[in-house]
Structure formats: C-alpha cells, structure tokens
Write a protein that binds this ligand. Structure first.
Ligand code: PLP
Length: 389
C-alpha cells in the first residue's frame, strides 16, 4: 500500500518555536568545557534535611502517584509558609496545588484561565518561558517595557496596553532577568488597574527569598481586591537548589484551582512523590535563618560578579533580587547579542545569554545576562577570566 505523507505538517506555531538561547548556550559551553553562567542551574548544595528525606521517602516506598493536588503534609506546609512569609491566606485542601515546578504551574494556570486570542500583559525584560508558554497557548502577549536604570514602569503605557481583549497581567518579582523587585507602590498601581479592568494577575515569585540591600518582597495577592484574581506561583527549585526535582506550587481562589489542577494532571499527573515529601520536610524543618542566609550568601556572589563585570568594562545593572545580572556588552565584539555571547565564550570560556532572549523586537542587543547561582570557587574563576579578557 502506498502511504501518502505529503499532507503532514507541523502545527502553525511550531516553526516559530526555536530552542531557547539559554539551552543553546549551555550546549555551546559544555562543548568547550567553559563555566556556565547562562543557565539558572544552582549548583550550590541541597539542604541536608531535604536531601535525607528524599532518600528516606524512596526507601520507604513513596514512589507512586500522589493525589493530583499533591500530598497533604506538603499542602499544609505550603499554606503555613504562605501565611507566615507572604501574608496569603490559602486553604490547603482547596486553594493550593503542588505542581511539577513553577513552570508547570504557570502553564496550567494559563491554559485554565486564558483563551486563544486573549491578550495578557508581560513586563519587559521578561522570562522567555512566560512569553513562549503564552504563545504555545495562542494567547497574545502585550509587552510593556520597563526602563533602565531602575527598570521603572510607565503606568500610562501600561494603561494604554489594556484593550477589550486583555484578560491578565503577568508579574515576576524578583525578576529574571533584570533583578527588579517590584515596590509596594508599583504593585498597588498594577493592582488598581487589575481591579478597574477586572483582570487576572499571574505572579511568579520563585525568587522571593533572593533579596538584596533590604529589598522587600510583596505578594500581589495581599493587596486590596487582589486575592480572588491572583494566581500566586512559587516553588522549591531555587530555594532548596533542587531545579531537577520539579516541585513547585500555586495558590489560587478555589473557583480557579479545580480547572488549573485538571490541566496540570493532564500533562504532569503529579509532582514527583518522594520529592514532595522532601520539600515538605524542608518547609517544616528549615528555620528562618536558612532563608536569611540565602540573601546574605547570594548578595556576596552578586557583588563579586558585578565588580568583575565593571572591571571588564561591562557595566552591570545591579539587581535588587533573583540571581541574574544584565550587563552592557558594548565592549564585546559582535554585530548582535548572540554573536557577542559567542565571542565572550570563545575569549573567556564564560557562557552568558544574549539579552535579546528577554526582550521583544530588537531590544536587548547590547546586553548579556549572567547568572551568579554558582559555587564560590566557580564564580571566582569566572570573575578572573572576565577581568583577564
Ligand atoms: N520562573 C522563573 C522566573 C524562572 O527564572 C525559572 C527558572 O529559571 C522558573 C520559573 C523555573 O522554576 P521551576 O524550576 O520551579 O519550574
């Protein structure tokens, strides 16, 4: 039988989807045995109660599917943490979903809340997964630029970006890639618009413990009128240095949680069972001082890398949170940011990401993003190589 395959084709959006620059630079870096400051892989240690509980949970037989919204002790621990740290009141039985990382939480929330053709506002520079997840769901991202030096928001531009099709606003604070920590005043102004136009707010707070120079983390869900419309997403990847374990969570009003959980189940079924147990142990056992130490430790790493970038002539935009630095790459040869990233890798063995990965249109051509979630000895080697460039 002759089999005709000439009508087969990719979906309409597939040809526009390209491998992320972050993954591409990681591959290029591995090829030359360089130091990878491109990807947010924290290769710092896993806290011992978390590690030990994962091992014990596997040997104790916690290796099968869990309830679709996650194991009860973890949901309870998350609800206590949300109350204690964020000031969010979420019922562990109906308003919390354990997800396969914050990434899955964002995907499941967007598919549950937005229709193809809807518009959702993204602040720029943005995290590429946010943009591409919206694209994959045929949701149109309306980009609102934030401006250096402080990555300030133009609230007239934000209001002008709202149309009759707008259904939501995405906030990522502390931000990847620019390290902006949204102030309470900025969030109040965003909340006022969300209330006025009846919009969802999807907030990715995965870097909530990485705060420098006394920056304050404010969860949008705590602002007036915001609890019913806010989907608060976070996770343990960064805080416990377990990016490969895939445990995150979200909190949302029970009206939305069922549908979000349904879509999460459809793709991921559940977050890995033993790692849910380990995450619960971490949330229950680790003291406040553990989280405070994260900020101190990462602020020292930030300062080390910022100083080396300045000395190398690449003026850094000093982040107030998260663990990335956008630096000016004017001095690096290359006609665009991707070429500059490859030149820097060749010259120094340091992988960074082209700024264009975080901006729409041609913006970001003069920027490179560096990640400082690295062991001190690796970061020191990277700083030496940058200075010697
Ligand atoms: N959200 C942001 C803003 C990130 O930068 C990252 C990782 O780089 C993630 C989410 C991924 O989180 P998870 O590992 O929990 O999926």
């Amino acid at each position: 039988m002759r089999v005709a395959a000439d009508k087969l084709r990719l979906s309409e959006i597939s040809p526009g989807m390209v491998q992320s620059e972050i993954r591409a630079m990681t591959v290029a870096c591995d090829r030359v045995g360089g130091i990878n400051l491109a990807q947010g892989v924290c290769d710092t240690g896993v806290p011992s109660p978390v590690m030990q509980r994962a091992i014990d949970a596997i040997t104790e037989g916690y290796n099968i599917y869990t309830r679709l919204d996650g194991i009860a002790p973890l949901r309870l621990a998350i609800s206590e943490k949300l109350a204690r740290y964020n000031g969010i009141d979420a019922d562990p039985d109906s308003e919390i979903l354990v997800t396969s990382g914050a990434t899955a939480g964002f995907y499941a929330a967007c598919i549950a809340l937005f229709n193809p053709g809807d518009e959702v506002i993204l602040f720029e520079p943005f995290y590429g997964y946010h943009l591409n997840t919206l694209r994959a769901l045929r949701v149109n991202a309306a980009v609102v630029s934030m401006h250096q030096p402080q990555w300030g928001i133009d609230f007239d531009a934000l209001r002008n970006a709202i149309t009759s099709r707008t259904r939501g606003i995405v906030i990522n604070s502390p931000s990847n890639p620019c390290g902006k920590v949204f102030t309470r005043a900025e969030l109040d102004a965003i909340a006022a618009l969300a209330n006025e136009y009846d919009l969802f707010v999807v907030t990715d707070e995965i870097y909530e413990y990485f705060l420098y120079d006394a920056a304050e983390h404010v969860s949008p869900a705590t602002l007036p009128g915001m609890a019913p419309r806010t989907i608060t997403i976070s996770g343990l990847s960064k805080t416990f240095s377990i990016t490969g374990w895939r445990v995150g969570y979200l909190a949302a009003d029970r009206r939305w949680l069922g549908a979000i959980g349904y879509f999460h189940d459809l793709v991921y079924v559940c977050a890995p069972s033993p790692f849910q147990h380990a995450s619960a142990a971490g949330l229950i056992q680790l003291p406040t001082s553990f989280y405070e130490a994260l900020s101190t430790e990462y602020q020292a790493k930030r300062d080390m890398l910022c100083a080396a970038l300045s000395e190398a002539g690449m003026a850094p935009s000093i982040p107030a949170g998260a663990y990335y630095i956008l630096a000016d790459a004017t001095v690096i040869p290359g006609s665009n940011a991707r070429e500059k990233a490859r030149t820097l890798l060749r010259q120094t063995g340091i992988a960074a990401v082209a700024g264009t990965a975080f901006f729409a249109e041609d913006r970001g051509e003069n920027l490179l993003r560096f990640c400082f979630a690295k062991r001190d000895e690796d970061l020191e080697r990277a700083c030496d190589a940058l200075r010697a460039r």
